[in-house]
Design a protein around this ligand. Structure first.
Ligand code: NAD
Length: 258
């Protein structure tokens, strides 16, 4: 790893202070700030800051790894709080961090492509969204409701969990699809429960009209007015490389956060 770094920071005074401390320590140790081509991106803030940084460097993921410090409570993407600053920097400088990589979802509409670390979702607050759901090119169901969410294992504790989806233990190679306020009565039926699929599954959401719906990709949203088909799969190439310092067992992290 070369000694080029960048810092992605939540815009608040305290996080800026932490960023300045990180920069001071790195400069003293011969590191150089390079926002265009860093080999490590420090994130200072919360899970949202981490997600933002990943999206900021999407086209450089091969060469970049991310290392997160939380300025609130612990997060799923960060192992350190600001009170652990010295250990956070010490692990990095002494090379005691380990690298883990996580898959991204790859999403294609007729005209655009997107990548998601947590989840992709279609949400229509304006009217009932009807869509055909295909799994591996086979029609699985016709769904009516507010929308659908497809989450990664990492994203299973985020929006997916609020939808009643199961939390997926780290290390399991699966994705999870959940309904967002599905309509179920004598005329309209869809599965109703979340479904966990192999990570190799290809999911398609197709509709005569997604007018008024938004495509949510982690923290970002895009209009779907001219879209009729959304294809989703786990990306065969794009992965996010994350540096982990102290070892925290998945179930301990889960227990401390919820
Ligand atoms: P944010 O930074 O305020 O994050 C929203 C909340 O989601 C925070 O509490 C954050 O810690 C938590 N979060 C994010 N990723 C997580 C993960 N992988 N596991 C556990 N918790 C996680 O806001 P943002 O920047 O807009 O973050 C985008 C994410 O927020 C989306 O990817 C989505 O998962 C989540 N979100 C959740 C809901 C909901 O639960 N109803 C609604 C919208 C967005």
């Amino acid at each position: 790893m070369n000694k080029k770094y960048a810092v992605s920071v939540r815009p608040d005074e305290h996080s800026y202070e932490i960023r300045d401390r990180i920069e001071k320590v790195l400069t003293e140790n011969g590191y150089e700030r390079d926002d265009e081509n860093p080999s490590v991106v420090f994130t200072v803030g919360g899970d949202g800051t981490f997600l933002y940084a990943v999206h900021q460097y999407l086209d450089k993921l091969e060469n970049v790894c991310f290392y997160g410090l939380h300025t609130g409570t612990l997060g799923f993407y960060t192992d350190y709080r600001d009170s652990d600053f010295d250990e956070f920097m010490d692990f990095f400088l002494k090379g005691k961090v380990t690298e883990t990589d996580y898959p991204l979802l790859e999403i294609h509409t007729e005209t655009q492509s997107f990548y998601a670390l947590n989840e992709v979702r279609v949400e229509n607050a304006a009217r009932t969204q009807k869509m055909n759901v295909y799994i591996n090119d086979r029609l699985f169901e016709t769904y009516r409701g507010t929308g659908m969410c497809l989450a990664t294992q990492l994203g299973s504790t985020a929006y997916n969990r609020s939808l009643g989806g199961a939390v997926i233990q780290e290390g399991l190679d699966v994705v999870e699809m959940s309904e967002i306020a599905g309509i179920h009565h004598i005329k309209f039926r869809s599965l109703g429960s979340p479904i966990i699929l192999k990570s190799t599954a290809r999911v398609t959401w197709e509709s005569e009209s997604f007018q008024g719906a938004l495509l949510g990709v982690d923290a970002e949203v895009y209009p779907l007015d001219d879209v009729k088909r959304i294809d989703i799969c786990e990306s065969p190439v794009m992965r996010v490389r994350m540096l982990r310092g102290r070892k925290i067992r998945y179930l301990d992290r889960l227990q401390s956060l919820f």
